[in-house]
Ligand binder design. Structure first.
Ligand SMILES: Cc1ncc(C[n+]2csc(CCOP(=O)(O)OP(=O)(O)O)c2C)c(N)n1
Ligand code: SF4
Ligand SMILES: [Mg+2]
Length: 302
């Protein structure tokens, strides 16, 4: 889609942080020279889920189900490990209904990226509290202050096994673009916690509120030896919990020593990388498609 068509079609509210995320994703894909032949965007349901529709440039996108973007994405990645898979999902989508998929994708260290649009609310359904909204906060749509404690996305990612963990701010486009590029290039499961103002329903964490607090924290985040894992995880957890006055941004953790899910599969199926499921025949003229024999046979070593 060209930029002009994209602007006519776009129905995000004016000032929405999703515009900044869109620009960062587009620039990252373009600078990495990725297109529909080697990359796919996968989204869930929410304002965030519309991102693949609005991207200008030749990229493939799949708009899936609420809470199930990661499940689709893992399936896509496993069936074609050559694709760069990038998930865009909401904080409600990822840490509410989809939280089990978030944890499982980390344990598996699937070689792909998830960018979570963290706006503290369920934007598309008119501003209910999302799992990242703090207890005691009362955004516009809530009749009473939120009575639930929030999850911390960075701490959850670290403890689930994500091997690339970063936080950025939707309107710091240069930093977000750089972090997304590095997340895509990382060999393993990458998580980008994208702080995103929702000017329509979150009147607490506004653009101005963030701009007064966010800063770039430059830390030595890379695990270079297995013995450093716990120390680097602890460092990331400290950065995960910001004070009310200062919110650090940047890459907090990177560990390229952990085998990816693709590598774990290859250890059991030696030709997986060369003869992956999307290349395989699923029907043979001599056998009915429902024959389990023919499906098992399709995995034969050629
Ligand atoms: C299975 C299912 N449950 C509930 C919904 C209704 N629903 C649509 S979007 C949404 C919340 C979106 O919030 P979030 O994931 O934070 O995305 P945002 O709109 O804030 O980007 C909900 C509950 C749905 N579409 N499908
Ligand atoms: S409701 Fe919030 S998140 Fe959704 S488009 Fe509007 S400003 Fe953006
Ligand atoms: Mg949300």
């Amino acid at each position: 889609m060209k930029v002009n068509e994209q602007l006519e079609f776009n129905d995000w509210c004016p000032g929405c942080g999703d515009f900044g995320i869109l620009r960062s994703v587009e620039s990252a894909l373009s600078e990495l020279k990725l297109d529909y032949t080697d990359a796919v965007l996968v989204s869930g349901i929410g304002c965030s889920g519309k991102l693949p529709h609005f991207v200008s440039g030749p990229i493939a996108g799949v708009h899936t189900l609420h809470g199930r973007a990661l499940a689709f994405a893992v399936g896509i990645k496993l069936s074609n490990p050559k694709l760069n898979v990038v998930v865009d999902a909401g904080d409600g989508d990822t840490f509410g209904i989809g939280v089990g998929h978030f944890v499982s994708a980390g344990r598996r260290n699937v070689n792909m990226t998830i960018i979570v649009h963290n706006n503290g609310v369920y934007g598309l359904t008119k501003g209910q509290a999302s799992p990242t909204l703090k207890r005691g906060e009362k955004t516009k749509s809530l009749p009473e202050p939120n009575i639930n404690d929030p999850i911390n996305p960075i701490a959850l990612a670290i403890s689930s096994g994500y091997t690339f963990v970063a936080r950025t701010f939707a309107y710091n486009i240069p930093l977000s673009k750089e972090i997304i590029k590095q997340a895509i290039q990382h060999k393993g499961m990458a998580f980008v916690d994208m702080l995103q103002p929702c000017p329509t329903y979150n009147d607490i964490n506004t653009n101005e509120w963030y701009k007064e607090r966010v800063y770039e924290a430059k830390v030595d985040y890379e695990v270079k030896d297995q013995s450093e894992v716990i120390e680097k995880m602890n460092q990331a957890i400290k950065l995960a919990y910001p004070s009310d006055e200062k919110i650090p941004l940047g890459i907090f953790y990177k560990n390229s020593l952990t085998p990816s899910y693709g590598e774990r599969i290859s250890a059991n199926i030696s030709n997986y990388e060369d003869y992956y499921p999307s290349m395989q025949e699923i029907e043979e003229s001599s056998a009915p498609i429902t024959s389990i024999d023919s499906m098992v046979q399709a995995r034969r070593v050629v």
